[in-house]
Design a binder for this molecule. Sequence first.
Ligand SMILES: Nc1ncnc2c1ncn2[C@@H]1O[C@H](COP(=O)(O)OP(=O)(O)OP(=O)(O)O)[C@@H](O)[C@H]1O
Ligand SMILES: [Mg+2]
Length: 374
Amino acid sequence: MSQSSRRKPRVAVVFGGRSSEHAISCITAGSVMDAIDRDTYDVVPVGIAADGRWVLESSDTSRLRLTTPGALPEVDGDGDSIALLREEGRTDIVVSAPSATPRTLGEVDVVFPVLHGPWGEDGTIQGMFEMAGVRYVGAGVLASAVSMDKAYLKIVLQAAGLPVMPGVTVTEREWRADATGCRERIAALGFPAFAKPARGGSSIGISKVHDASEVDAALVEAFRHDPKVLVEVAAVGAREVECGVLGTLDGGVETTRPAEIRIGGDHEFYDFAAKYLPEEHTELDVPADLPAEVEAEMRELAVRCFEAVSGEGLARVDFFVMPDHSLVVNELNTMPGFTQTSMFPRMWAESGLDYPALVDRLLQLALRRGTGLR
Ligand SMILES: Nc1ncnc2c1ncn2[C@@H]1O[C@H](COP(=O)(O)OP(=O)(O)OP(=O)(O)O)[C@@H](O)[C@H]1O
Ligand SMILES: [Mg+2]
């Protein structure tokens, strides 16, 4: 047997990154690295600093935990620089320190991009891995890009006959050129509505628009985050229920039982504070208390959404359950929150797949899949 077929697959866990979810990515990477079985895989921790520098990180994951409240973990960019080097038929991970000869850490077999938001979950880094010819966990270029953009996701889901809230897209250019026309298009949808940055996340820049008098302020706020804004009809009185999707090793797709988010306090919707501040008492019901036929329908719709965007690996599909129990798809996340206590791993644990097994499944799926045409 050759040396290369005997050695353990080498996993580059890439984390940090340039989005506002840098710290959460570091925390997640700590739990992912702790969960990877070292008898099966070699792990190389690769950090992306907030300024975009790629550095070799320490394999001591303790500094990625949330220990001191208020002190968030980060990739500080002080480590040695890292690059992917494509050679004939293989991709090596190369380290270079000032005044030292660059050295290879060996071939990378698979990358686990533990990144959320722009430059991580939006197809850009996936395109880079495609160019480098290296396998990676999760959705490909198109699925990532479409799912990140709430306006395009709606177009794709609608075309596939999936239920979504009606909405309109307003660009900053259209708003500057013809605010009256934009206001009319929004008013035609009806109120209440939600205005959201098209490629946002974590509810940042999202507002509920109760009536026409709130349109301008909501758009201005959303434009601070993205020159493209989606305004959609509010799902009034809806429950927020999510469903986990995962590829299977034989090429199929399976789903979790759905789970519900119950927002505590006086939040009008699942805003940033309700998502991240522990004192806000947001409860996760895993599994959700739903009639069996609603649950079955949701799981079927979740698979159809995954297929509509050409999803691969994993996704969390978020639904509104309307008061009459009809279902509407809110969004699809190709790299859902992935700490041990996040919704997606909790849903899989409830379905019998614990965190290390979930991480292993994702690596196995990625290792079996080539690059290209994604
Ligand atoms: N049409 C809508 N009707 C009712 N509530 C909505 C609607 N759109 C958004 N919301 C509320 O705003 C929250 C955030 O919206 P959304 O999930 O679309 O974006 P996001 O959470 O910022 O994206 P991500 O989940 O990728 O971080 C939802 O969880 C929900 O509470
Ligand atoms: Mg959401």
